[in-house]
Design a protein around this ligand. Sequence first.
Ligand code: GDD
Length: 364
Amino acid sequence: SPLVAITGTLLAVTAVPYLAFLGLYAWVGPSGSPAEKSEAKPTVSVVLPTYNESQIVETKLEDLLALDYPMEKVELIVVDSSTDDTREIIREYFADLEAPDLTLIEEDERRGLAPALNEAYEAAEREMVVKTDCDSKLPQNVLREAAANLSDPKVDAVTGRNVEVLGGSGVESGYRGVQSHIQQLESHLDSTLIFHGPFSAFENDALLPIDPNSLADDTELALKIRRQGGRVIFDPAVQYKEASHSAFVKRRKQKDRRAMGLIRLLVQHRDALGEYGKYGKLVLPFNWWFMIVSPWLLTLTLVVGTVAAIASLGTAGAALPVAVGLFTFLGQRDALGPAQALYSLFDTQVSLLRASVELLRGKG
Ligand code: GDD
């Protein structure tokens, strides 16, 4: 029937860019960092934004002090907007410490993460600027690995891989695995789009102010740095562990918010499409496809496919939506075994769709 033919066409149109990307992956065979890495020990400003983190901030400071790096080369810049006693805990922790140096920026009222970060980046004086979150955990070699990437004169920023989702949701970790391959390919082609808040490192000279309303501050900064000329890359050897909300509603909210920030950023920077070498010709178009076009096409395919199945098979056609429902039910419970990563991708597409709808409704 024509409906089946339309479903087939929609499915093919949805799949072609993914298959093209897979083909490109096989052809390029990306592995590791594309940077010419060499050992380097620049001075480092670690930027840590905090908002009501009194429960975990001490663990984070211990984690930072345990890094395998000469601490006399490090300064910690905390920008704190808390209403709890986070800043007192930090001050006390640093009272008898000789290194690293501490700069504590105290905000009287919470203006949002992006303005807080702008202030911290402005205060950063060392050569390499690292941004990290309070609830992420860093391995000891992370500053050295980041510095090795930035020693390549063409590279102005590097982000890393989430090796384990603390507080564990398989849905998140499944997707992170797929994302790591995508980001390696993007970096080998030119530069990657998404920068990760739990750990990103930038050349101080390359820093730029971010939009105070940004919901994707790390990615925005990287995108602007790429537009300025420097490469911004992903290295799987730069690693971190990020806390994730295992509670379904919280995780959904966090993921939808991120999706909204990324879509908004792509739209704001649409004039970069086709520019900046392979970044604008391949990386950005693929992300437009994945984040903006594909969620709608996939939804349309499912709707038309369901109508087509019911029209041609009668009630047996209802097996399609039931199968999708079952896939979702099992996927959310991390019960799909080898198909879990596929569900994670589907789950991400759902978040992107919800975020697009919210943006179209004028929210965010
Ligand atoms: N100073 C300040 N002011 N810090 C804040 C504020 C604020 O208004 N809001 C959050 N923070 C701090 C938190 O204390 C934490 O250390 C870090 O910023 C990240 O906050 P989360 O609440 O864990 O953010 P998220 O996981 O939803 O956000 C993710 O996406 C953001 C946008 O790209 C993280 O990856 C962030 O790093 C990222 O900036």
